[in-house]
Design a binder for this molecule. Structure first.
Ligand code: NDP
Ligand code: GDR
Length: 361
């Protein structure tokens, strides 16, 4: 029997990789996308199927996690075997500016989907995956962090995700639903949003090298993260829904680097060498030609920061057979390569203008 999956947040980084992964597995994939005044389907344009074609296996629906009736209608229409709740206002810093919206979308949005499953009597049919996060650990109580480590969220985003985590556990226990949390540590890729630190770095250094940008401004350079590749992590999201019993899992690499280390690794990929001088807000990164190309801008500091995250994926290794395929160096290299390609396109456009340059030649 062909399985049917519904992905919220299908236009995001993970949504795009997961949709591709499930289509390859033979699923019919439905995705929820938000209405936007500009096209917001860049990441899934390669999967798009014309609605006039019959027998489509990739179908998009307009929707929003803040709209209960819309979610109810979509779940009723789709009758999914699996729901992957990836949609969220996912930027930690922005959640301090939009705390109420973040709580509504990321916290109550999760409840709305669980309730849709329950109201429609799909508790025994539909399996539910919740995109939980290492941000739940926040001010860390134990290192490395595992499934049993106590939570201490440090942002409106993390607090909203804490609600989502527990409501998922509660619906599993109260109604016998197959509902589970993937507690995923940071995962990146060339499809990562441009304002997350890794992508901001790879994009900026590529542009600096081509003379399209002068300087990269960053916040907390000492922040430590456990960075993996999104492509590897979506496979785990799927595996979590294929077990006999629903359980929560930490997905991480078990290796930690600082933001500064990430800059160094990306610079190395581009054949640049950065020398660090000064401390705190006075810290600067100087390239091999003596030019200052990295500066600290306090506007990127957060009111409460998560200084360090390091995951212990032992449970996922044992029960899901988890081994991250991509190393940190491979991840950085792929991101730099892709950002260099798009910087080169921008450089050509800048030099020649749109009229005289044919993108496809
Ligand atoms: P992205 O920010 O790339 O994607 C988020 C998706 O959610 C986008 O499709 C976005 O739509 C959609 N969305 C946002 N708000 C709403 C809303 N109100 N209603 C419907 N859709 C909405 O995130 P990622 O792909 O990186 O992450 C996927 C999930 O995993 C998120 O829930 C995130 O919080 C969580 N997570 C991510 C980690 C990571 O390192 N990437 C680690 C741990 C958890 P649009 O394209 O229109 O903006
Ligand atoms: P994070 O990712 O907050 O961990 O959340 P982000 O890349 O935004 O920040 C990582 C660390 O880098 C520091 N930092 C900066 N961050 C950004 N965005 N921009 C900067 O200029 C900058 N300078 C330093 C941050 O302070 C932070 O310490 C991501 C999101 O995908 C969440 O949705 C997800 O839940 C977690 O990862 C796990």
């Amino acid at each position: 029997m062909t399985k049917i999956a519904l992905i919220t947040g299908v236009t995001g980084q993970d949504g795009a990789y997961l949709a591709e992964f499930l289509l390859k597995k033979g699923y019919i994939v439905h995705g929820i996308k938000r209405r936007s005044s500009l096209f917001n389907t860049d990441r899934i344009d390669n999967l798009y199927q014309d609605p006039h074609v019959s027998n489509r296996n990739f179908i998009l629906h307009y929707g929003d996690l803040t709209d209960s009736t819309n979610l109810l209608r979509i779940v009723q229409q789709v009758q999914p075997d699996e729901i992957y709740n990836l949609a969220a206002m996912s930027h930690v810093a922005v959640s301090f500016d939009t705390p109420e919206y973040t709580a509504n979308a990321d916290g109550i949005g999760t409840l709305r989907i669980l309730e849709a499953i329950r109201i429609l009597g799909l508790e025994k049919k539909t399996r539910f995956y919740q995109a939980s996060t290492s941000e739940l650990y926040g001010l860390v109580q134990e290192t490395p962090q595992k499934e049993t480590t106590p939570f201490y969220p440090r942002s409106p985003y993390a607090v909203a995700k804490l609600y989502a985590y527990w409501i998922t556990v509660n619906y599993r226990e109260a109604y016998g639903m197959y509902a589970c949390n993937g507690i995923l540590f940071n995962h990146e890729s060339p499809l990562r949003g441009e304002t997350f630190v890794t992508r901001k770095i790879t994009r900026a250094l590529a542009r600096i090298q081509l003379g399209l940008q002068d300087c990269l401004y960053l916040g907390n350079m000492d922040s430590l993260r456990d960075w993996g590749h999104a492509k590897d992590y979506v496979e785990m999201q799927w595996l979590m829904l294929q077990q006999e019993q629903a359980e929560d899992f930490v997905i991480a690499t078990g290796v930690q680097y600082s933001v500064r280390d990430f800059v160094d690794a990306a610079a190395h990929e581009l054949g640049m060498r950065i020398q660090w001088k000064g401390q705190g807000i006075d810290e600067v990164g100087i390239d091999q030609n003596g030019k200052t190309i990295v500066k600290v801008d306090p506007r990127y500091f957060r009111p409460t920061e998560v200084e360090t995250l390091l995951g212990d994926p032992t449970k996922a290794k044992e029960k899901l057979g988890w081994t991250p395929k991509t190393t940190f160096q491979e991840l950085v290299s792929e991101m730099v390569r892709e950002d260099m390609k798009s910087a080169e396109r921008d450089e050509l456009v800048k030099k020649h203008g749109f009229d005289t340059f044919d993108y496809h030649e």
